[in-house]
Design a protein around this ligand. Sequence first.
Ligand code: AHR
Length: 343
Amino acid sequence: MRRHVLYPMMAAIIVLILCATIIIGERSGFFLNPAKDTESEPSDDKLIVVGISQLGSESVWRTANTESIQNALSRENGYFAIFSNARQKQDNQIKAIRSFISQRVDYIVFSPCTEDGFENVLAEARDAGIPVILMDRTVNVEDDSLYVAHVGSDMKQEGIKAGIWLEQELWKRGRNEEDINIVILKGTEGSSAEIGRSEGFHEISKNHPNWKILAEVDADFTNTKAKEEMGKLLREFSDIDEVISQNDDMTFVAVAAMRSRCITTGIDGQVIVVSFDACHEALTMVYNGTINVDIECNPMQGEYVSQIIKKLENGESVEKENSVDEVVFTKENVLESLDSRAY
Ligand code: AHR
């Protein structure tokens, strides 16, 4: 072939190859992010799709729990997470789970607002072949094959810890024979956190006829409800010796309500305060002596959930019950954890 024909043909072929490379590169996003590390960021079709039904955003603890699961199930870690906040309404959770089923997600992670009422929707998930992992709270179901695993706290054990702490404290103060008037601000009625903590505490209190439980009220784990309920309790009873508040958010308003009536709390105060969760602000109050004891409920559950999913993906078996580590904080041991507490 003559040179004047061959050279223009070769040039045209080179131009065509270059154009094709640019088009393919742009479509794949290579030119937008040329440094993209295909090893650490899996392509969409390799991501594990997880529907997360969080029960709400009612407390500092819940926010930390949401962050924990969202960080663990991130895209960089190989997940495509669809998040839904039920705003503490069971209907919203049921709708979210049904929507995850119709989207054919690979897994459902679910933090149930209450123990009862999820049997049917969990059966629907199982029939669709979607494994469900319970996070934080549990459900009350006859057939426990409706979920593959639970990651969370032993709530009853937390209640027992509160009771045992009180036994020892009253003994130390020489008040173990005295009548002790107790009021309990409970979390959401029917939730496993409320049921477990109440049962655990009662297991110990039943051995102490001198512990007089004046009232147990539902304050829904929220500061708004707790403010209302604590106000009523303080109007009704003038002789409260101890407040047991089933989460820190409720404790903050309970302490504030007592202070506004010139009632002192904590180590040198008139009223003993027992709290649950152990978030930073509450631990600071333990350190200051305004709260006597905080029974930790550990919200950092995301990594545990991710490990369970990874095991299931590899065809390995998983433990049904996975309890997170938890500590009882008093003025004696709180300082070492205060700085590192991120929530
Ligand atoms: O289920 C865990 C409890 O729920 C935490 O104690 C509380 O703060 C949250 O709302």
